[in-house]
Ligand binder design. Structure first.
Ligand code: CP
Length: 303
């Protein structure tokens, strides 16, 4: 993993994923180690973000590193028409590693192929979000004490949800996973990813209603219906409030059930659920710091 870009979760083997999770546990126990004090990390966000950008920044700050970059491409020379190639060529002269979020699918892979500076994909369009995937895996292991033999429900926008795509691919590396796919008809998981589930020896079922699965699962992974991915806003209006999780819906769920959400939420989880012991999404967001510290340390050859 040393000096290698992380663009898709498939770039890592199961053993490498487990190694990152183990290293993240070390950082959770001791997050303030000044191992990045001689490093500069570039943070290029061409799309809005709260958790991904700020947890990377927190991770870098706690490790004593320096950050350069932008949170809004309109403040960079992209606004004057500069190409992504030229932007990456230039930024790589100033930094040891580039973290990039971009709305175009494939943009992170393209950036990683321009030169030898490692790139971490912080989300490319509806394609992949591998660092979110690693913190999701960390959170599942933290709450269930295993990554095998699980019933996982994924709810919401399974068509455009890049966190869902990365998580399904990663969980398929483990044993005996039963995927319960809950979405409006228009937002079903893409066929290629369902084929991937089956090709890796797992099963899936599709539903339109959470109540059909909520009492028989270990992980409930809620997602937002993403307005920004819809070409047709009328279609978004039709599906936007398809799922709203409320406390009463959890009454007969398994004791070990934990609710995850990559966030941001709009209104798919009622705020009253936040105090339910089964809610784990803020802890999940905190785990992003430890996992990203582990990734930075690993890719920069410091672990
Ligand atoms: N989970 C996630 O990617 O959140 P942000 O868009 O706030 O970074």
């Amino acid at each position: 993993m040393n000096n290698r870009s992380l663009i898709s979760i498939n770039d890592y083997s199961k053993e490498e994923i487990l190694q990152v999770l183990k290293t993240a546990e070390e950082f959770e126990a001791n997050p303030r180690q000044k191992i990045l004090k001689n490093h500069v990390i570039a943070s290029l966000f061409f799309e809005p973000s709260t958790r991904t950008r700020l947890s990377f920044e927190s991770a870098i700050n706690q490790l004593g590193g320096r950050i350069i970059g932008f949170t809004d491409a309109s403040s960079s020379s992209v606004k004057k028409g500069e190409s992504l190639r030229d932007t990456i060529e230039t930024v790589s002269l100033y930094s040891d590693l580039i973290v990039m979020r971009h709305p175009l699918e494939g943009s992170a892979r393209f950036a990683s192929e321009i030169n030898d500076t490692p790139v971490i994909n912080a989300g490319d369009g509806a394609n992949q979000h591998p660092t979110q995937c690693l913190l999701d895996l960390y959170s599942i292991k933290q709450t269930q004490n295993r990554l095998d033999n699980l019933d996982i429900a994924l709810v919401g926008d399974l068509k455009y949800g890049r966190t869902v795509h990365s998580l399904v691919i990663a969980m398929s590396m483990f044993k005996n996973i039963r995927f319960h796919l809950v979405s409006p008809i228009e937002l079903k998981l893409p066929r290629s990813i369902k084929d991937f589930i089956v090709a890796n020896g797992h099963s899936y079922k599709q539903y339109t209603d959470i109540s059909a699965v909520i009492n028989n699962i270990d992980i409930l992974y809620m997602t937002r219906i993403q307005q920004e991915r819809f070409a047709d806003q009328l279609e978004y209006e039709r599906v936007k409030n398809s799922y709203v999780l409320e406390n009463s819906m959890l009454d007969n769920s398994r004791d070990n059930l934990r609710i995850l959400h990559p966030m941001p939420r709009v209104n798919e989880i009622d705020e009253n659920v936040d105090s339910n012991k089964k809610a784990h999404y803020f802890q999940q967001a905190q785990n992003g710091v430890f996992v990203r510290q582990a990734l930075l340390a690993t890719i920069l050859g410091l672990r």
